[in-house]
Design a protein. Structure first.
Length: 312
């Protein structure tokens, strides 16, 4: 049995390689990925945490299960809100093969899947990327998106200007043209691609701020009471998802559905359909596109298998 920590996982999962692996796996569609379980955990004081259980397998190849905790109150304590671990088993005989840092797997596969979707949905001439949020995923999504489009400007917005500056400085040191953004509306109006990675429960990104031809990537909100965009951002766009079953339960879609302003039938395609070419992706230079992801265990399995299969 092997054990892989955060740094080794990042070293083995370069962005171009992981994006290519996800593209291939979505195109082949050989993985079985049951619906994840989301269990509420009541804490002393009334706070509700979440436990997510996410299995996936490809018979004869690999079996994986990721277990995730979400403690929203950790943000105020300066602690990570999301923590995870992943176990891998052999797909032929079921023996235990590896334990992996689930936080690193989650960050890498989430950002890579987001970038893969943007490769189908963002304009080829996109030059300005806005990252909304300064948490665990901010660095990853900026780097992954920069692998599929050549950005002249990478803007970083967060509720804390100090944190936005730190993220921008870190990305700049890694060679990206990153600067902090002090006003969210201004950043949204300027951006060709927006990727949002917050745990917001109220809409922050307004449809009225999004220009024709822009692409909005919504990652952070994964429960029905979480939401990063308003209804106008959704109902006036071509909407794509990582997987339909999970995406319609997240607030960015679930709340417009409950309002009657959006219907699940309006989802244009999921990542499998994009990768298989059954939907062409972006079809005009002026249409707005939205990609709503909640994370798929299929992506975890792909990323973890890449880690354990590569030479160190």
């Amino acid at each position: 049995m092997q054990v892989f920590g955060h740094e080794e996982i990042e070293a083995r999962l370069d962005w171009p390689g992981l994006i290519a692996a996800l593209r291939q796996d979505f195109a082949v569609a050989a993985t079985t990925a049951p619906a994840r379980q989301v269990l509420d955990i009541e804490l002393p004081g009334g706070e509700i945490a979440s436990l997510l259980i996410m299995p996936a397998w490809e018979g004869g190849k690999a079996i994986g299960v990721k277990v995730v905790t979400f403690f929203p109150g950790n943000a105020a304590k300066g602690k990570a809100t999301i923590n995870a671990g992943m176990l891998m088993f052999d797909g032929a005989d079921g023996h235990f093969t590896a334990a992996l840092d689930g936080d690193a797997i989650t960050a890498r596969r989430t950002a890579a899947a987001s970038a893969l979707a943007a490769d189908y949905l963002a304009r080829k001439d996109a030059r300005t990327l806005l990252v909304v949020g300064t948490g665990q995923l901010a660095l990853s999504v900026a780097e992954a998106h920069a692998c599929v489009r050549d950005y002249d400007h990478v803007l970083i917005w967060g509720r804390s200007a100090q944190k936005a500056q730190i993220v921008a400085d870190t990305l700049s040191a890694r060679g990206l043209p990153a600067t902090p953004c002090t006003d969210l509306e201004t950043g949204c109006r300027a951006a060709d691609v927006i990727t949002s990675v917050t745990a917001s429960t109220v809409p922050m990104i307004k449809g009225a701020w999004l220009k024709p031809g822009s692409h909005l990537d919504l990652i952070g909100a994964f429960k029905s009471d979480m939401r990063e965009s308003d209804s106008a951002a959704i109902i006036d766009a071509q909407v794509f998802v990582d997987g339909r079953a999970g995406a319609v339960l997240a607030g960015d879609l679930a709340q417009p559905i409950a309002e009657g302003t959006f219907h699940p039938d309006r989802i244009a395609a999921d990542l499998t359909e994009l990768a298989q070419g059954t939907h062409p992706g972006r079809q005009s230079e002026t249409e707005r596109t939205v990609f709503k992801s909640v994370g798929l265990s299929q992506e975890d399995l792909t990323a973890a298998y890449e880690v354990i299969s590569r030479d160190g």
